[in-house]
Design a protein around this ligand. Structure first.
Ligand code: FAD
Length: 458
């Protein structure tokens, strides 16, 4: 390894290579906290050329590397394994261009998502990707994980807003596909190899994103419902009546809602009574007054029709922020619940209610005193499950129980967080043998020495 380190030292700026105790423990694990490990070296390139040199040398010396963005990943994918070099993209942070006519944004992969959101907003434009980790996660990490978040129902996942990208391959080759056009069928669309492949096929270094016009008004309501069937009926009604203005449909089972109310002292439920389901609905329009009237009248009609049991419409930005704080309260729950099996799965929307009930019953029958909290982006088929007994040793067993049930229901074992290392062994529950064989063929073709994020995903 010393020859490789000597060569890296000779080729890089001194601040780009960090060794031993000088490596901060923040690079030892992603947000999942699973199996932290110090990397054998930390590399922080400033340019694509520097990164290309690093990869060419690592390739020559068969040195495995792990790619790190903002380390907010929940699948253990960016956590180093013994002997790996960590490559952090954090110094590759810059916005190159905002094209207000084409509505595109070109940036380096280490730029935090929130920085991009704010830059777009300064030009009266909107980057339709948002997640709780916005301040820390980086656009390269969002692309590598094909991140979802809260606007997917309207704008799709990260994949749908990437027009082009640049990536460095395992042997240091730079692939520049910085396309800015919506239509481009000139051969294979190579960007898709890097989107959602969790750093196993290449390191994303630059990106071109499609922005959207910023809506003029936003309307938020917190609703109460009696049954899961009412939830799916309401989804159809809101899609039919609000069209593409429906940007949020976030369901919380009472178990989750009640726990957030118990744990977050600043929150109080706006409802006088308890309900089995709570739903946060968000609608965006271009006219404040007519948007408000439309939103109110549609919700009122659903109350009259009996699909909604109760509803409170936010009267201010502060009200809306409070409703979102209930939905985002999971961050605060993690700090008090102890070891949690935190699962992010997908199922057909019609089956989520039955799955949730079955899961709750099976887990409660098997683990005394288990807590099961359920919520999710139901409009995108995405259910989040947090199950906890207070005992670390149960966590792995509960993870496995949930994965096996997802296999039984033919769902997806991850909706948006990715496979990483934590779900790798369960991949056959969601993918056929021939699909996995093709994934391995692609991996072998692009990284024959298996040095790029080895052991992640497949
Ligand atoms: C509070 C909180 C809320 C969250 N909410 C959501 C949510 O709503 N939706 C959602 O989808 N996720 C969510 N996440 C998960 C996480 O934020 C996303 O997966 C995010 O996209 C990861 O970005 P990152 O820069 O932190 O990547 P990292 O954690 O650093 O890395 C994630 C994976 O991508 C690879 N990688 C990172 N950068 C690159 C690159 N430039 N090129 C190639 N590979 C790379 C890593 O090797 C790793 O495999 C949440 C996480 C937290 C902590």
């Amino acid at each position: 390894m010393s020859t490789l380190l000597d060569q890296l030292n000779a080729s890089l700026d001194t601040s780009s290579l960090i060794l031993g105790d000088d490596i901060s423990d923040k690079y030892f694990a992603d947000w999942s906290g699973a199996d932290p490990c110090a990397p054998a070296a930390l590399l922080k390139p400033k340019t694509t050329d520097e990164l290309s040199t690093i990869m060419a040398l690592c390739h020559k010396h068969n040195q495995p590397v792990v790619v790190q963005g903002g380390l907010t990943g929940l699948a253990g994918g960016a956590t180093p394994k013994a002997g790996e070099f960590a490559i952090s993209l954090e110094r590759m942070s810059a916005i190159e261009e905002i094209d207000t006519t084409a509505m595109t944004l070109t940036a380096h992969a280490g730029t935090p998502l929130q920085v991009l959101q704010e830059a777009a907003a300064e030009h009266d434009l909107f980057l339709p990707l948002d997640l709780g980790a916005r301040g820390s996660c980086m656009i390269g990490g969002n692309i590598a994980t094909n991140a979802g978040g809260t606007e997917v129902i309207r704008y799709g996942m990260t994949r749908s807003m990437v027009l082009g990208l640049e990536a460095v391959l395992a042997d240091g080759t730079v692939i520049s596909s910085m396309n800015k056009m919506v239509k481009n069928n000139s051969g294979y669309d190579l960007k898709h190899l890097f989107i959602g492949s969790e750093g196993t096929l290449g390191i994303v270094t630059r990106v071109v994103l499609q922005l959207q016009p910023k809506s003029r008004s936003s309307h938020t309501a917190l609703c109460a419902l009696n049954s899961y069937e009412s939830v799916t009926q309401l989804l159809i009604e809101l899609k039919r009546n609000l069209g593409s203005g429906l940007t949020g449909f976030e369901l919380m089972w009472d178990s989750y809602y009640d726990k957030v109310m118990e744990v977050v002292p600043s929150l109080t439920s706006p409802f006088a009574e308890a309900h089995p389901f709570y739903l946060l609905v968000e609608y965006k329009d271009n006219d404040e007054t007519s948007g408000n009237q439309r939103f109110e009248s549609i919700l009122f009609a659903q109350l009259e029709a009996g699909l909604l049991t109760d509803a409170v419409i936010a009267q201010s930005h502060q009200d809306a922020a409070t409703f979102w704080q209930i939905r985002d309260g999971i961050g605060e729950l993690f700090q008090v619940l102890g070891p949690v099996s935190n699962q992010d799965v997908s199922l057909p929307v019609t089956e989520i209610g039955a799955f949730a009930e079955d899961l709750d019953q099976r887990l409660k029958a098997k683990y005394p005193n288990i807590g099961v909290l359920l919520f999710g982006h139901i409009g995108d088929n995405n259910l989040h499950v947090c199950a906890y007994t207070g005992r670390e040793e149960d966590k792995r067993r509960i993870n496995e129980d949930i994965m096996l049930m997802i296999g039984e229901y033919s769902g997806a074992i991850t909706a948006e967080h990715g496979i990483g290392v934590l779900k790798r062994d369960f991949l056959p529950l969601s993918r056929t043998d021939s699909e996995i064989a093709l994934m391995k063929t692609i991996k072998l073709a692009m990284d024959p020495k298996n040095i790029l994020n080895p052991g992640r995903v497949i």
